[in-house]
Design a protein around this ligand. Structure first.
Ligand SMILES: [Mg+2]
Length: 149
């Protein structure tokens, strides 16, 4: 399966706060953002099981920055969708969707947004919603994914 993750308030704290992975000196030096505690083992586990892992963000962070951010934690992302790529791919659709994972071959998308969950119900794509108060958020993701297999 191909699984994508949102960044803001899902893997990267913004308005929502949650514990983050430790940053090494290099990551601090380059001003890399902090990523949510549990992200690294979760993504490594998914990839070891043969899944493809994408980032799908409605931010304008560059694909290179996102690539390097995850690579600095030892994670090779299989695909990166930022707002620019989303806009280019879904040009003909206008602003119909904030996110549309099927356009990128994504089977399940993990996000913090109830709005994205509603879009999924309306337009027929699978989402897993995580909140900032879930300490066991990685277990939640794995449990929901096993139901989608
Ligand atoms: Mg978000």
């Amino acid at each position: 399966m191909t699984i994508s993750f949102d960044l803001d308030d899902t893997l990267i704290p913004g308005t929502k706060r949650f514990p983050t992975e430790k940053r090494n000196l290099l990551q601090k030096t380059f001003g890399h953002e902090k990523i949510r505690l549990g992200t690294v083992p979760l993504v490594k586990k998914l990839k070891a099981e043969g899944h493809q892992v994408f980032v799908y963000t409605t931010s304008f962070r560059s694909a290179n920055y996102i690539r390097l951010l995850f690579l600095s934690y030892g994670i090779w992302l299989d695909g990166i969708i930022n707002q620019r790529r989303h806009d280019r791919t879904l040009l003909a659709e206008g602003n119909k969707y904030s996110k549309f994972p099927p356009a990128f071959g994504i089977d399940v998308h993990v996000d913090d947004s109830k709005g994205v969950e509603m879009e999924g119900q309306r337009f027929g794509f699978k989402t897993i919603i995580v909140t900032e108060v879930m300490d066991l958020w990685t277990d939640h993701v794995l449990e929901k994914l096993s139901l989608s297999l």
